[in-house]
Design a protein around this ligand. Sequence first.
Ligand code: BTN
Length: 271
Amino acid sequence: MASFVRPAHPWPTEALWQALQAEWPGITVEVAAELDSTNETLLTRARAGDRTACLLVAEHQRQGRGRQGRRWISAPGDSLTFSVGVPYAPRQWAGLSLAVGVAVAEALAPEVQIKWPNDLWCVGRAPAGEGRKLGGILIETVGTAPATRQAVVGIGLNVRSPDPGPAGWPDPRNRPAGLEELLPGIDAAEVLRRVAPAVVRALREFEREGFPAFRARFEARDLLRGHTVQTTEPEAPEGVALGVDDEGALLVHTAAGVRTVAVGEVSVRPC
Ligand code: BTN
């Protein structure tokens, strides 16, 4: 089905395929040298009726996309970009990005934490209260009836901090992190080998059990808990993050009491 340019680097596709069969029988593994976006490729296939399970990796994305219509920029070799597409029918979808974040963080290092709702941050080597974004998760779906929906879970992880070009980062404190700071010598193929089975396993577990099965594990990796945050939810413009509820909604202690934030953006108020 795929007509991609052959990948430039060796990837552990066979070993990965073997490992993934135990988690999701029949899932296929594909690696492309270059395409627009792994999410878009799998969504296009799903719109054309493909409801098979697939792990698709791209060494380079020409049009990688992030949340809120942002671009996801990554350089070949310096990052891992992949998507998992599966036919999916969880009882409820809320909290799925947190469950995926938990799986990714646990597969990597204790210093990887989750910034609600979709970001992976590196905190361990940073001064208290600070951290830098390491990666992100973008979940998109196709289909109308819950039973026939196809979920596409896209994950981008920096292996090395991206090069900002000659101008540098406008604010060096916002310089993204790279996994090699935590795991010296690691490359994108090894990151994939660690993370992909964990993500596929988490998708199965979430479909069966929902977010409550991940809540305690999320709490152990919750970057925001105890921090003063600002949110895009008008009912909770500012307050202290208290963790999440059983649906993965953020709990914020505001001046008006505890409020839940189900969707939106959150920033940590600088200390
Ligand atoms: C975010 O932090 O905004 C989410 C970024 C998600 C990026 C990944 S890279 C693989 C997949 N394909 C895409 O086009 N985007 C996701």
